[in-house]
Design a protein around this ligand. Structure first.
Ligand code: BDR
Ligand code: CA
Length: 313
């Protein structure tokens, strides 16, 4: 079975790794990349996405999306994690490709209308494009099969604040709109993506089995790995954004827990994914909120094999 996806992204090094993973997977049909600010400003995210499509030798649309949070000032970016260029300062040449003229939100709506009920949106950056698409087309949830999100931290600490993960924290009001809509949400947060690190050999293996795409990931990841390895005896790395794609291909690798979700939008709880698994609360504040499926376990060894074998195709 082939899964049609739109990949909503802020490339970003683990975004690049996930994008190539999706391109390589024969079960995944990437209809387009929609970009959003997050790791880097949106202009850079869009240009980086074009570079990745070009490097992969594909011809799929890339759209530019929202450049700042739903509420409040322009965000700070994660150049300290992803480098000044979003690719670990590797001097990758700019792409000669051009952007699709549509906004990311409009592209999502157009494709949803073209393929009603068939598309899974894989969102691996802040959720402003999805929130805007919901506002522009209130019927969107009826047209979309599912939304697979990399973001949040249900039962573990956050990575930006003690309670919030970066993608949700970066646009908490947008996340609140997205998690409150009546569609199927599968959330892959730090509970699984920050669970077991990847050793440097993993990146070397990606480069060996796929010198162009894996080679790019290996080169870009050196800076990223330095960030994740601070204060540790051994070098480690995390590839958050590939998990929601892996779930489409092999759902049996994940344990999912269903429950009601609330998103914090206050000062202290900004971006917190406050999750109540089924039958754990009587509070109407949660029982009247939408439900999500949250990944709570992953078979890390099988996942690693899946990444490598898919890069090797
Ligand atoms: C998420 O934040 C970004 O830095 C990564 O690309 C990933 O989407 C992890 O918290
Ligand atoms: Ca990302």
């Amino acid at each position: 079975m082939t899964h049609k996806i739109i990949l909503d992204t802020d490339p970003g090094i683990d975004d690049a790794m996930a994008i190539f993973f999706a391109f390589q997977a024969k079960e995944i049909d990437v209809l387009g990349l929609t970009t959003v600010y997050g790791n880097v400003p949106v202009e850079m995210a869009a240009q980086n996405a074009l570079s990745l499509v070009e490097l992969a030798g594909l011809d799929i649309p890339v759209c530019k999306g929202v450049g700042r949070p739903w509420v409040g000032p322009e965000s700070t970016y994660a150049h300290f994690v992803h480098g000044d260029d979003g690719f670990g300062n590797i001097d990758h040449p700019p792409s000669s490709r051009t952007l699709d003229p549509r906004s990311s939100a409009q592209f999502i709506i157009d494709k949803a209308r073209e393929f009603p009920g068939e598309i899974t949106i894989v969102a691996v950056g802040p959720l402003g494009n999805l929130a805007l698409a919901l506002r522009l087309e209130p019927e969107l949830p009826k047209l979309i099969k599912a939304v697979n999100i990399m973001g949040g931290a249900a039962f573990v600490p956050g990575n930006v604040t003690p309670v919030a993960e970066a993608n949700i924290w970066n646009d908490a009001h947008a996340a609140d709109i997205v998690f409150s809509a009546d569609w199927t949400i599968n959330m892959f947060g730090l509970d699984v993506t920050y669970d077991v690190p990847f050793a440097p050999q993993f990146i070397d293996t990606l480069a060996e089995v796929n010198p162009i795409l894996g080679g790019f990931v290996a080169k870009a990841s050196q800076f990223y790995m330095e960030f994740y390895s601070q204060g540790k005896d051994e070098q480690v790395c995390f590839f958050h954004d590939a998990y929601p794609i892996a779930h489409l291909m092999h759902p049996e690798l994940f344990e999912m827990t269903n429950g009601n979700m609330r998103i914090g939008t206050g000062e202290l709880d900004k971006g917190q994914t406050m999750f109540a698994p089924a039958n754990t609360t009587m509070s109407p504040l949660w029982l009247e909120s939408q439900k999500s499926n949250v990944a709570t376990q992953v078979d890390h060894e099988a996942l690693t094999e899946l990444f490598v074998s898919t890069y090797a195709l």
